[in-house]
Design a protein. Structure first.
Length: 237
């Protein structure tokens, strides 16, 4: 996952590939999801040559701007990545329009319940939606009322009650000590739900991560089979 345009991104993909190969001595498939807003930025290869020796890598990419006209299809798909992609696109579209974001956010939450997914999957995806689509406090309170009504109708109490208080606590910490810390805490909450207690090394890594890193890890956390896979390396122990 890459959320912003970066000159050395293709080289970084090359480094990830050869380090994984060096560790496991297995063929490695490198693939990239580009979530930035620059439609023409499409790095898909890296190479260099010296003294007659040539080294290169070419990798497939998925460019999320290509899906901006397919939001309805994404919303109809029974797929976690489709929900995350639709959330990402709608977040970009509503960046300067709180009312439009307020309309979009309950729609996404309602879809989670309509899919009849298990509780933990709904909670994890709700965490992504809630983090990406921030709302002013007044609209946020209205949203919680909408969710409570939805859960009553669906007879599924998933993200209200204790989950709501946990999210509110994280947000308050973000307001008091900085937004980035709040985002790190939110990701930590999701990782604990999926993988159990986190080591001091992982907690420390979250505290010192950039905003782009946190966003990439958040999306990876939805379907990664292990904690190591979230970070896509071997430094989480």
């Amino acid at each position: 996952m890459q959320g912003s345009r970066q000159a050395e991104f293709a080289e970084r993909m090359f480094v990830y590939n050869y380090r994984l190969y060096d560790r496991y001595r297995q063929p490695i498939a490198s693939m990239a999801v580009l979530a930035d807003e620059h439609a023409n930025w499409r790095p898909d290869c890296f190479s260099y040559g010296v003294l007659g020796s040539e080294t290169s890598i070419r990798f497939p990419i998925a460019k999320l701007t290509d899906y901006h006209e397919q939001v309805n299809e994404l919303l109809a798909a029974n797929n976690s990545f489709a929900v995350v992609t639709a959330t990402h696109i709608l977040t970009q579209r509503t960046r300067k329009n709180d009312q439009e974001r307020y309309k979009a956010k309950p729609l996404l939450v309602r879809l989670l319940y309509q899919r009849k997914w298990d509780k933990q999957r709904v909670i994890d995806l709700f965490g992504v939606i809630d983090w990406m689509m921030r709302l002013p406090e007044e609209l946020e309170q209205q949203l919680w009322q909408d969710i409570e009504t939805l859960e009553e109708n669906e007879k599924m109490q998933y993200v209200t009650s204790v989950q709501r208080f946990e999210i509110a606590k994280v947000r308050q910490e973000g307001l008091q000590e900085g937004l980035l810390k709040g985002e790190a805490e939110m990701l930590g909450l999701i990782l604990r739900h999926r993988f159990g207690d986190l080591s001091d090394a992982v907690v420390n890594r979250l505290k010192h991560a950039s905003e782009d890193q946190l966003k990439e890890w958040l999306i990876s956390a939805i379907s990664a089979p292990t904690l190591d896979a979230v970070f896509n390396d071997d430094t989480t122990h």
